[in-house]
Design a protein around this ligand. Structure first.
Ligand SMILES: [Zn+2]
Length: 314
C-alpha cells in the first residue's frame, strides 16, 4: 500500500490544507533503512528544477536526486513517458510541487509499483491562489501553480521535503532539519530585506512574459502584468502591440522581463517601441544553469525591485 506523505505545518497549514482540496493523510513508519540511505545517498525522484533545488538545499549530500522533467522541456505541457518514470520504481522519495503543476503525478505514483515510496506534495499547507481568468484556468488549472517563486512558498516546500526525507531516512533527521533550518533562515532574511525595499516604492507593477509571479506578488503587494497571450500566439498583431506600448507608457514601464525559455522576439519589439529594456528573469521551471535557488530568486527580486525603483534607476 502506498504511503502518502502529508506534512503538518505549524502556522499556515490549517487554512491551506482544506483550500487545496486534498485531505491530509496520516503517515506510517517508513521501511527505509537509515544506515544504507546515508551511505549511498537517499534516492529521491523530483519533478522539475525548483523542486530539485529545494531537495538539494535540504538533503545536501545525503540525497541522490533524479529529475523527471528534462531541462528544456516545457513543464506545463509535460506528459511523462514510461522511461521518464523509470527512477520512480526504485526511489525512496518522490517530490512534486503540486497545485496542479504536475497533473500526471497521481497516475505516475500508482503506476510506479513502489509500495514503500514516500510521496511529498511540497506545496501542501500553502494557501493557493485561485485562477479566475479563463485562459489561465485552461493553461494552469484551478490554481496558480507557481508557488516556488514565493519565498514563503519555498519555506513551505522545504519544510514538507524535510519531513518526507526524514520519514524515509530517519537516521538523518537531524541533518535534514539543520539544512532546512539554515535554508529557511536565509529565505526569511531575504524576505525581510525585500519586504522593506518593496514598501519604499510607489510603482508596484511589472511586466513579464509568463505569469509566474502571482505568489511573489502576493508576498510583497506587487502586481504582475503578463504579455504571454501575445507571444503565445506568435507575432503580435499591430493592434496588440500598440495596446501594449500604450500600456507601458501609461504605467511608465522601463523594463520588460523575459524568461530564458521564451522567444525574445516580442519582448525585443515591445522594449524597442517603448524604449524599455528586456531583462532575463528566472522561473525555475527548467534548469537554467545559473546558480542555486537562493541566487536565482535573489536575482529576480533584485531585478524586479530595480525596475520599480524610481522609474529611472538601472
Ligand atoms: Zn509556469
Amino acid at each position: 500500500m502506498l504511503k502518502r506523505f502529508a506534512a503538518i505545518l505549524p502556522c499556515a497549514a490549517a487554512t491551506a490544507s482544506s483550500a487545496a482540496g486534498s485531505p491530509l493523510v496520516s503517515s506510517k513508519e517508513s521501511s527505509a533503512q537509515a544506515g544504507s540511505a546515508a551511505k549511498d545517498g537517499l534516492k529521491v525522484s523530483v519533478t522539475f528544477d525548483a523542486v530539485k533545488e529545494f531537495t538539494k538545499a535540504v538533503g545536501g549530500d545525503r540525497v541522490k536526486i533524479s529529475t523527471i522533467i528534462p531541462d528544456g522541456a516545457e513543464p506545463h505541457d509535460f506528459e511523462p513517458k514510461a522511461q521518464d518514470l523509470a527512477e520512480l520504481s526504485t526511489a525512496k522519495v518522490f517530490v512534486y510541487s503540486g497545485f496542479g503543476m504536475e497533473s500526471w503525478a497521481d497516475k505516475a505514483i500508482s503506476s510506479a509499483g513502489n509500495p514503500n515510496l514516500v510521496t511529498v506534495e511540497a506545496s501542501k499547507g500553502a494557501e493557493p491562489i485561485q485562477n479566475t481568468d479563463s485562459g489561465e484556468i485552461k493553461e494552469h488549472g484551478q490554481y496558480d501553480p507557481h508557488i516556488w517563486l514565493s519565498l514563503k512558498g519555498a519555506e513551505t516546500e522545504a519544510e514538507n521535503i524535510k519531513n518526507g526525507l526524514a520519514m524515509a531516512d530517519p537516521g538523518s533527521r537531524d541533518y535534514y532539519e539543520k539544512d532546512c533550518d539554515s535554508f529557511v533562515y536565509r529565505l526569511e532574511s531575504l524576505y525581510s530585506e525585500y519586504d522593506g525595499k518593496f514598501r519604499t516604492v510607489s510603482q508596484k507593477s511589472f511586466v513579464t512574459g509568463h505569469a509566474a509571479f502571482g505568489y511573489l506578488c502576493r508576498d510583497f503587494g506587487l502586481k504582475q502584468n503578463s504579455v504571454e497571450d501575445v507571444y503565445a500566439e506568435g507575432e503580435p498583431s499591430a493592434k496588440q502591440l500598440a495596446e501594449l506600448v500604450q500600456y507601458c507608457r501609461d504605467h511608465k514601464v522601463t523594463c520588460v522581463f523575459a524568461e530564458k525559455m521564451a522567444s525574445p522576439q516580442v519582448f525585443q519589439t515591445l522594449a524597442s517601441e517603448v524604449g524599455a529594456k528586456v531583462e532575463t528573469i528566472y522561473m525555475m521551471e527548467s534548469g537554467e544553469d545559473s546558480g542555486d535557488y537562493l541566487e536565482r530568486i535573489e536575482s529576480d527580486l533584485s531585478r524586479i525591485y530595480r525596475s520599480l525603483g524610481s522609474g529611472n534607476e538601472k
